[in-house]
Design a protein around this ligand. Structure first.
Ligand code: SAM
Length: 247
């Protein structure tokens, strides 16, 4: 029994698509540069380990994720042997170690749907930061309403799968104003018509709410970025990216 139920991350067949669809971008480049000077890094919600492995050279790096199928990809990734992988839940894990840098990338923060779970993850960040340590994570800005692009008409794409060949992919999504949670579907359809599907939920907390939760966790924010190119946050930014340290 997995700790989580999102098939996108626990179904090995769906997990095969993760790296095909997410192959590193500005977030990866920013984190590699940001890790400069850090000797130890904790990657919470590390998934298939793209970031953890990219920053591992010359550093002690630990990646935590509850999804065994994602961690299987991470372990097999070239360089994966240089990272300590922990199958665990970012809300509760306590490693008994402090880190110079704590990351949650790829919008992993958004998988936590309730204020209680979000606060629990931030407590985990705080409890693993060295006194001079820093944290960074990303959450999509609800004001940018990115989920409006995750509908069949706008999300049709093809993915070149190594054994299934060209696979058609699309999404569908619905926003629930009251909870601030988006429920989205991911569909993959192989040439033979076989379809695989996951229904996922992610939260879109507003920046002010995030600021309050970070404060409550004992974390101080030095800068709010609005994109992974280092641009400052504005109310219409696509991303909310706090960078900070223990208070
Ligand atoms: C969108 S992926 C991001 C993966 C990775 N950080 C990246 O940048 O590619 C979200 C990840 O959060 C993980 N996740 C879900 N629930 C979690 C939890 N309770 N604690 C830690 N990670 C969790 C999922 O298994 C998945 O690997």
């Amino acid at each position: 029994m997995s700790l989580i139920d999102d098939r996108l991350y626990i179904d090995p067949e769906l997990v095969q698509f993760y790296d095909l669809e997410n192959d590193g971008g500005a977030d990866l480049d920013y984190c590699i540069a940001f890790a400069e000077g850090a000797l130890s890094v904790l990657d919470l919600g590390c998934g298939t380990g793209q970031v953890a492995v990219a920053v591992a050279s010359g550093r002690y790096v630990t990646g935590v994720d509850p999804a065994g199928a994602m961690l299987d990809v991470a372990r097999r990734r070239p360089g994966g042997e240089g990272v300590t992988w922990v199958e665990g839940d970012a809300r509760h894990v306590r490693l008994g170690q402090k880190f110079d840098l704590v990351l949650l990338t790829g919008h992993a923060f958004q998988v936590f749907l309730t204020a209680e779970d979000q606060q629990a993850v931030l407590a985990t960040v705080a409890s693993h930061l060295a006194p001079e340590g820093r944290f960074i994570f990303d959450s999509r800005n609800p004001a940018a309403r990115e989920w409006l692009e995750w509908v069949p008409e706008k999300s049709q794409r093809t993915v070149a799968h190594p054994s299934l060949g060209t696979v058609r992919a699309w999404n569908d999504a619905a926003w629930d104003e009251a909870s601030g949670v988006v429920t989205y579907d991911t569909f993959y359809e192989a040439a033979n018509g076989r379809r695989i599907h996951a229904e996922s939920k992610i939260a879109f907390p507003e920046r002010n709410r995030l600021a309050g939760m970070l404060d409550e966790a004992g974390l101080a924010v030095d800068r709010w970025l609005g994109d992974w190119h280092g641009g400052p946050w504005t109310p219409t930014s696509r991303e909310i990216i706090p960078i900070g340290r223990p208070r």
